[in-house]
Write a protein that binds this ligand. Structure first.
Ligand code: G3P
Length: 218
């Protein structure tokens, strides 16, 4: 499973990159706003800055909600850097735009996906990635991980190339659960990634090794 980090925060992206396990980055308008990035020039520069930190795909989301605006925005984003993936919502105009970009060799990430139906059309349109929002489904007592499992099964059944990118990951167990059901990618907050390393027996075992060493070697 590929690990993406879900943030526009450059320090967190650098920390994840330095771990040596990072395969890409996803952003969205809320994550960009959280970093105070405003104005088209600054937004475009920020995406390029992210591409300079990581080697993998970087999702940059369009703001337009209608086809023509999505196309002009998406082409501008894609021209920024070869690593840019154009993020587009799972709407009628979004699917049409994904098909256009797929036919023109531009990578896309179909976002705000909450159903198998949306994921099916994203794959039919040729999306590079589909982003089912696990956490937001869990937030309303739906089973987000079950949706991931259903989409993975559907895509395997019809041999779709679209990658299942589990998004809206809230915690470490979401990462493990999405890996268990075969997600191609999980895009995670940094803490959720670091949480994978936490185990008290590792900490206590390491401390005992050090203590025993010091008893003999001072
Ligand atoms: O990439 C989509 C993701 O950022 C949404 O996460 O926590 O806002 O549901 P969240």
């Amino acid at each position: 499973m590929k690990f993406f980090i879900d943030t526009a925060n450059l320090a967190q992206i650098r920390e994840a990159q330095e771990l040596g396990i990072l395969d890409g980055v996803t952003t969205n308008p809320s994550l960009m706003a959280k970093e105070g990035i405003k104005g088209e020039e600054n937004i475009l520069k920020h995406y390029k800055d992210i591409c300079e930190i990581v080697d993998g795909h970087v999702s940059a989301e369009v703001i337009s909600t209608e086809f023509n605006g999505m196309i002009s925005e998406g082409e501008k984003l894609a021209a920024l850097h070869p690593q840019i993936v154009v993020k587009i919502p799972a709407t009628k105009d979004g699917i049409k735009a994904i098909k256009y970009f797929s036919d023109n060799g531009i990578n896309t990430n179909c976002t705000l996906v909450f159903s198998v139906g949306q994921a099916l059309l994203a794959a039919k349109a040729g999306a590079t990635y589909v982003s089912p929002f696990v956490g937001r489904l869990d937030d309303i007592s739906n089973d987000g991980v079950e949706l991931i499992e259903q989409i993975v099964y559907l895509y395997k059944t019809y041999n779709f190339e679209t990658q299942v990118l589990a998004a809206s990951i809230r915690h470490t167990m979401h990462i493990i659960q999405c890996a268990e059901v075969g997600a191609d990618v999980a895009t995670c907050p940094l803490n959720a990634i670091l949480g994978l390393l936490k185990h008290p027996l590792t900490d206590s075992g390491l401390q005992k090794f050090l203590d025993d060493y010091k008893k003999v070697n001072g």
